[in-house]
Write a new protein. Structure first.
Length: 214
């Protein structure tokens, strides 16, 4: 029987790994050298955004007033569920362990206290509200003192309002209108008045940038 596709994804060109590595390396070196100035230029170039990097308390309050109640209720429901589970983890404080799942493949848990955590919330085609809930809430419940949330800005808008609302609700101390490599570098190098992050949540770009930084 021949395979019949009901729907197929459109193929898009992929970048060569070496080319991607060289591009990220060049960006990181420039950011390390020129810091905030470089980040603002890169954000303008790739995201076409020239507004404030740090989301102000006034902006957060404005967003709170404008977000529709249904969205607020849905976010709060998600937040309450994640917070409840995180609090249960804290109450039943775990032990470090390591187990060999299969030959040469190990998994485990290591408990490392941190002061500053970086949380990346994707916001390209869609506002990934769940990423803000999962990363910011768990860090807050764990007692991390300084939580920096980053999300890519849209031209003339900044980070998606629902993401800003969620990150603030969940306990982010600072919210930055930054995406991609600049977001990772800003947390790693400690920019815009923040301390360098001791740990960052990992998506592909995080891993690539962190690898380049080490």
């Amino acid at each position: 029987m021949a395979i019949k596709y009901l729907k197929k994804a459109i193929k898009t060109p992929s970048s060569d790994d070496n080319k991607t590595r060289a591009t990220v390396d060049s960006i990181l070196k420039d950011i390390e050298k020129r810091r905030e100035e470089s980040i603002k230029e890169i954000t303008k170039k790739f995201d076409k955004y020239e507004g404030d990097v740090i989301v102000s308390k006034e902006k957060i309050e404005e967003i709170k007033k404008n977000i529709d109640q249904k969205t607020k209720d849905d976010i709060k429901f998600s937040y309450d569920r994640v917070r409840k589970f995180a609090e249960a983890q804290l109450k039943n404080y775990g032990q470090e362990f390591e187990v060999e799942l299969s030959k040469g493949l190990y998994a485990g848990q290591k408990l490392i206290p941190v002061n500053t955590s970086g949380c990346y919330v994707p916001g390209g085609r869609y506002a990934h509200i769940a990423s803000a809930v999962m990363s910011v809430t768990t860090a807050k419940v764990a007692g991390v003192k300084n939580i920096i949330a980053c999300s890519p800005p849209k031209e003339g808008v900044g980070a998606h309002p629902a993401i800003v609302y969620t990150a603030d609700l969940c306990g982010a101390n600072v919210i930055l209108n930054l995406g991609g490599v600049p977001a990772i570098a800003a947390r790693t190098y400690g920019m815009f008045g923040n301390s360098p992050a001791d740990i960052s949540d990992c998506i592909f770009l995080d891993l690539l940038a962190i690898f380049m930084l080490n």
